[in-house]
Design a protein around this ligand. Structure first.
Ligand SMILES: Cc1cc2nc3c(=O)[nH]c(=O)nc-3n(C[C@H](O)[C@H](O)[C@H](O)COP(=O)(O)OP(=O)(O)OC[C@H]3O[C@@H](n4cnc5c(N)ncnc54)[C@H](O)[C@@H]3O)c2cc1C
Length: 484
């Protein structure tokens, strides 16, 4: 009996429930990857994600080959491609791991019905999350909209979670010549702008596991303190590995238990809680699918966004030349390696949506194309939270001040100096706000504002006041959550 295993964003052999089920149900497993980006529209993978995907598929294929199998790569409408493989192999069952974003959910439901109507056994499995978005509900059976209550409910069931080990062998059959080579998918950029990402990352399951082990050995104990410091290597940098499913959250949790202890107690708790935010993001997007483009808080549909100079200001923000060092450092870090520290993501998102009053959707789109960890659930949640229109957001009037944030979380200026080297010689006192430095100090540091480094594109205090005035205009409106 042959089982078809459809890989999507679960690019691993360890703790892969669809793989385990395919193996249990057949003496031959056909692992398939299908490129069909238009089925994810309007959220086809962006350029940085495609770069990651190439590396991740290469790594998966290598692991399959080590076990006597290999990846069948196709590019087509997914249902047509699956039917073609089924016809070629005589597979009687199809397994995949569930995804939860709106377009994929709709597509998968349609495919499941069609293949079942063809007479196949078709099963989807839980693998990407600790909890299915519908498994956690409040006492009225409704989705949570407050993180702390959601996480409390999750914590009660964390003990039940057990990962499945990777198989030692994976019996295969002959592979037809009409399958594609990985390069045929043309995921890598033609213009070779990816040097920064190549210097920064190695996609794949083996790297993900090694990264977890070293994070748990050396950094998790200080994570609670260091996680907000972009100038320190304080976080796990696992987000792209988690997004592409190179490591499962259940494996991560079980390694935390083995190497550190109870994930709900110190020192592991602050880290496990962040995995909770990932779960919460999926919970929200599943229950409020329209929020990928529309604010959860309906009042923000009428928010008076800025009307003048938006294109130029958006371009300055994207290119890391706003004249506000912490923001520019973050945007340059993103452009270089496809990743940005979480604290800085909040700061740059706050500047865009509050000080510049540019709609959060424009920032979310830019992140979508440039982040290697671009994830519809987490990106949507992160942007809506910072813009003040999402679930459990801080009160609108808490506008991040990028100067104070820099002074607090990059106190010696290591992060800003790394990404804005033209400011490196400025004394700490002026590094986060060079426009306040006396001319003599700027000259001594070799900085000519407006030449070597931009003057700020926005007055932080005045724009904050304007944002608060804009908020006053909508805050009295109906705030029922935006329902599909
Ligand atoms: C505006 C904005 C956009 C964001 N877009 C994304 C995105 O597209 N993809 C993405 O994975 N994360 C996104 N985040 C969340 C967060 O910034 C990243 O997950 C984190 O920076 C990844 O670094 P890390 O792996 O070192 O995190 P760690 O601090 O080591 O955390 C471990 C894991 O927990 C999860 N996590 C941590 N913080 C959050 C959070 N706030 N929300 C959801 N999950 C979280 C991630 O999977 C992360 O890998 C966004 C945050 C903001 C403010």
């Amino acid at each position: 009996m042959t089982s078809l295993l459809w890989f999507r964003r679960d690019l691993r052999l360890d703790d892969n429930p669809a793989l385990a089920a395919a193996l249990a149900g057949g003496d031959r497993v056909v692992p398939v990857y299908i490129q069909a980006p238009s089925e994810e529209a309007p959220w086809e993978p962006g350029a940085a994600s495609r770069w990651w995907l190439h590396g991740s598929l290469a790594s998966l294929d290598a692991s399959l080959r080590q076990r006597g199998n290999r990846l069948w790569i196709l590019r087509d409408d997914s249902l047509l491609a699956l039917r073609r493989v089924i016809a070629a192999t005589g597979a009687t069952q199809v397994h995949w791991n569930r995804l939860y974003d709106p377009a994929t959910t709709e597509r998968d439901t349609r495919i499941k019905q069609a293949l079942r109507a063809d007479g196949l056994r078709v099963e989807s499995h839980k693998a990407a999350l600790l909890f299915e978005p519908w498994e956690i509900a409040n006492t009225q059976g409704q989705p949570y909209r407050v993180f702390s209550a959601f996480w409390r409910a999750c914590v009660k069931s964390l003990a039940l979670v057990q990962p499945i080990p990777a198989p030692e062998t994976l019996p295969a059959g002959p592979v037809p010549e009409w399958t594609l080579a990985l390069d045929d998918l043309e995921l890598l950029p033609r213009l070779h702008w990816d040097q920064g990402m190549r210097d920064t990352w190695t996609p794949g399951e083996a790297t993900a596991l090694a990264l977890v082990r070293s994070f748990l050995e050396t950094r998790i104990a200080a994570y609670g303190e260091d996680r907000d410091r972009p100038d320190r290597p304080g976080t796990s940098r696992l987000s792209p590995h988690l997004h592409f499913g190179e490591i499962s959250p259940r494996r991560l949790l079980s390694l935390i238990r083995e190497q550190v202890g109870d994930p709900t107690a110190d020192p592991a708790e602050p880290y496990a809680r962040e995995l909770g935010w990932r779960e919460f993001s999926h919970h929200l997007l599943y229950h409020f699918p329209q929020t990928a483009t529309a604010p959860l808080d309906k009042r923000f549909a009428d928010f008076p966004w800025a009307e003048n100079g938006v294109e130029d200001r958006l371009a300055a923000w994207q290119q890391g030349r706003t004249g506000i060092p912490l923001v520019d450092a973050g945007m340059r870090e993103l452009w270089h390696g496809g990743w940005m520290h979480n604290r800085v993501r909040m700061v740059v998102a706050s500047l865009l949506t509050k000080n510049l009053r540019i709609p959060w959707q424009a920032g979310a789109r830019w992140f979508w194309d440039t982040l290697v960890d671009a994830d519809l659930a987490s990106n949507t949640q992160g942007w809506q939270w910072t813009a003040g229109c999402g679930a459990d957001a801080a009160p609108y009037f808490r506008v991040f001040n990028p100067v104070r944030q820099g002074e607090r979380f990059d106190p010696e200026g290591r992060y800003v100096r790394r990404w804005c080297p033209e400011l490196a010689r400025l004394p700490d006192k002026y590094l986060q706000q060079p426009w306040t430095a006396p001319q003599a100090i700027l000259s001594a540091a070799g900085v000519r504002l407006g030449h070597d480094y931009p003057r700020p594109i926005v007055d932080l205090a005045a724009s904050r006041a304007q944002a608060l005035a804009a908020w006053e205009r909508i805050k009295g409106l109906d705030q029922t959550p935006n329902q599909a």
